[in-house]
Every structure is written in C-alpha cells, then in structure tokens.
Design a protein around this ligand. Structure first.
Ligand code: KG4
Ligand code: ZN
Length: 372
C-alpha cells in the first residue's frame, strides 16, 4: 500500500511516498531556515506563506521523481497537530483537496506520534536508516549505522520507551503500539530544542541554535565541566522536565562573563559554555530516560525529534547501551519529515476509509492513548 505524506507543522515543508508503513521511496524536505534566521525564531505567518508557495510544486516533483501518478497512490496522510495552526492548515487543506479530487482516503496523523514512529522507517534497499547502540563484548558497545541492514532480532519492537525531543516537544513515553502511548514525563515549560534555540539566541549565535551549539560543544578541547550548570528536575521524585531555569542560568553566566560579545571574542570560552550547557541538557534527558527504563522494565529506548541529531546526546547514550538497546533515526528522519507521517498512517488505514473534509488543524493535541 502506497501512502503519500504531507508535513507542514512548523518550519519545514515535507512530502514523502512510503510503502507499507516502512519503505521510504522518496522523502523531500524544504527547510525555511533562511526565512526565519533574520528573526531568530520561527515567524508563524511567514511559515504559512512559505508552505503555501512550496507545497504544490513539491508534490508535483515528488510524484515525477518516482514516475508515480495519484492513481497509484492508495491514501493521503497529513499532520493534524500539534503545531502552528496556520502552518498545519496549509498541509491539511492541501491534503483534503488531493484526497477528495482523487477519491483517496485521508489519514490524519499526530506529529509527535509520527516522530516516535521514525525508527521503523527503512530505505528501499532495506538499510535501517538508524544508528543502533547495543551491548558488545566486555564493556564495549556495538554500533550499527543508517546504511547497514539489520536482522529481525535487532529491530526495535513494541513496547519501548520513546523520548521525543524537538523544538516544540519534550515527551518521554511508553510506546505500546504505533497509536497507543502512556505519557511518562513532559516539559512544564521550554522544550529541549527550544532551550538550545533560546540559549543560542542569548549568545547571539544564530538560528536554529541546536546545531550551532552542538558544533561549538563538539570542538576539540571544549570542556563540558568548566561551568557547573543545573540539571533541573533530575531527581527521581520529579516527574517532568523543565529547561527554562537552565536557560536563565546560562543567561546569568553569559552576563557574568561579559556578555555575548566577550564570549564570541574568546573561542575557548564560547566552546566551554556551549559544552557545559549541552552536557546539562544531555544529563537530564538521558537521566530521565534511564529512570523510565528502570521503572517500566523496558529494554529498548528510541530517541526521536530534532534534538536526537545532537552529537553529545548520541555519544553519551553509549553508556546506556551497555544495559539497553538504544535507537536513533538518521538525522533526516529526526527533524520534521513527511516519511514518518506516511509511515505511521499505514497503521491507521483501517480507521480512515474516507476523506473527512470537516477535519481541523489542532495547535495542541494529546498523544493517542493519553489524556488531554
Ligand atoms: O523535530 P524538529 O525538526 O521540529 C519540531 O518538531 O520542533 O526539531 C527542531 C529542533 C530545533 O529546536 C533545533 O534547534 C533542534 O531540533 N536541533 C538540535 C540539533 N539539530 C536540531 N538540537 C540540538 N542539537 C542538534 N544537533
Ligand atoms: Zn517535529
């Protein structure tokens, strides 16, 4: 079954064709970074306009690239929420039109559930599209790369602990099936990616902040222990995440050090602040994930969403991999993409046989199986 996916929840326009929930025939992504960079963050109105301009030509190019017509597509999947309403609406209304005109079912998908589905995507040659970490001989850890094939025994299976970390979300879940989750923890203020973006902004480093800080923190000689930053809500009795206090701690550190200009004129200082901040975020994310693995008794952890691209997070996860199997989608399937939407939709195909034109975009939407 061939599903065409559309994703426009934030600042990436993406379309994809996925077969039987797994095989990604094509996934096209148009980033709007250039548009939002000047403002230091996503401007919702500009995001909607850019989606409107890009989406139609991208759909045409996607189908042409695979020499596929809408006749051969079995269903249209689209992100319903959560996200920016104006941005979501461009994708949703386009998907409705496409499905209605071509008499195809329309399958609405939850954005965070789609991120959590990304580890199941495969390339057309069966490559895993994942970095997989597992215990090796002695103290070592074996690592499989996105281009490698995996055996059935190595595959991620339900149930597992999922950590969705992006610019808009930080959710730790027990994933029971593609469409059923138990929420273990979520952020009470900023999302992890948002914290990266805001900290980069206060250091005047540019947008999006995650990759910029990650690059600085990965420089040779960058010292993550130089500045002792808080690890918020890491105690076992503290259920949720919180990153806004950490952001404030970095703001006061930067000010004590003489401000953004002083940092930028001292490469070692800048790298050390970035490394210390990244270490604090990584400790919190992996500390909470470890607690969730222990309390649920699960043996597998999948880390998804834009922040899962983070090199420090991937490196530190090696420690967890001595006891648990850890899965990271390849970066193109961590940040927003329509392949994860089309992939997840395959599991919802029996629930959506028609094209419901009354569907509305939702800025916030509880994960399937959890309470609002
Ligand atoms: O999943 P995504 O594309 O969009 C949302 O659903 O929000 O995630 C984007 C977020 C941004 O906040 C960006 O700064 C962050 O992911 N990000 C990173 C890295 N690459 C992207 N954060 C930390 N380290 C990275 N390497
Ligand atoms: Zn996302």
């Amino acid at each position: 079954m061939l599903i065409l996916g559309i994703e426009t929840s934030c600042d990436e326009t993406s379309v994809a064709l996925v077969e039987d929930g797994r095989r990604v025939l094509a996934s096209h992504i148009a980033s709007q970074i250039n548009i939002h960079q000047a403002f230091g963050g996503v401007v919702p109105e500009l995001a909607s306009r850019a989606h409107l301009e890009c989406l139609q030509p991208m759909l045409v190019r996607l189908l042409e690239s695979q020499k596929i017509t809408m006749n051969e597509v079995d269903a249209v999947a689209v992100t319903l929420g959560p996200g920016l309403v104006g941005a979501l609406l461009i994708g949703l209304e386009s998907a409705k039109a496409l499905a209605w005109v071509n008499k195809k079912p329309l399958i609405p998908v939850h954005h965070v559930a789609a991120h959590l589905y990304a580890p199941f995507l495969r390339s057309t040659n069966g490559a895993c599209c994942l970095t997989m970490l597992a215990a090796g001989k002695g103290d070592g850890v074996t690592e499989k790369h996105p281009e490698e094939q995996v055996t059935q025994a190595e595959e991620l299976t339900y149930p597992y602990v999922g950590l969705a970390v992006s610019g808009g979300h930080t959710s730790l879940v027990l994933a029971k099936s593609p469409c059923e989750f138990e929420l273990l923890a979520e952020t009470v203020d900023d999302a992890a990616g948002e914290a990266f973006d805001k900290v980069a902004k206060l250091m005047e480093l540019g947008y999006p902040g995650g990759p910029i800080i990650d690059k600085q923190a990965s420089l040779e000689g960058a010292d993550p222990t130089r500045f002792d930053l808080p690890r918020p809500m890491l105690r076992r009795d503290q259920k949720n995440f919180s990153f806004s206090g950490l952001k404030t701690a970095v703001a006061s550190l930067v000010s004590d050090l003489g401000g953004a200009e002083a940092l930028k004129s001292d490469p070692q200082l800048l790298a050390d602040v970035c490394a210390s901040f990244r270490a604090a975020v990584v400790d919190v994310l992996l500390g909470k994930a470890r607690t969730a693995l222990k309390t649920t008794g699960m043996k597998q952890l999948a880390i998804c969403g834009g922040v899962a691209c983070n090199a420090g997070l991937r490196k530190s996860a090696q420690k967890l991999a001595r006891q648990y199997r850890v899965f990271f989608p390849q970066p193109a399937f961590c940040t927003d993409n329509a392949a994860m939407v089309a992939g997840l939709a395959w599991h919802l195909r029996d629930r959506h046989k028609g094209c419901d034109l009354s569907l509305n975009a939702a800025a916030s939407l509880p994960l399937p199986g959890t309470k609002a």
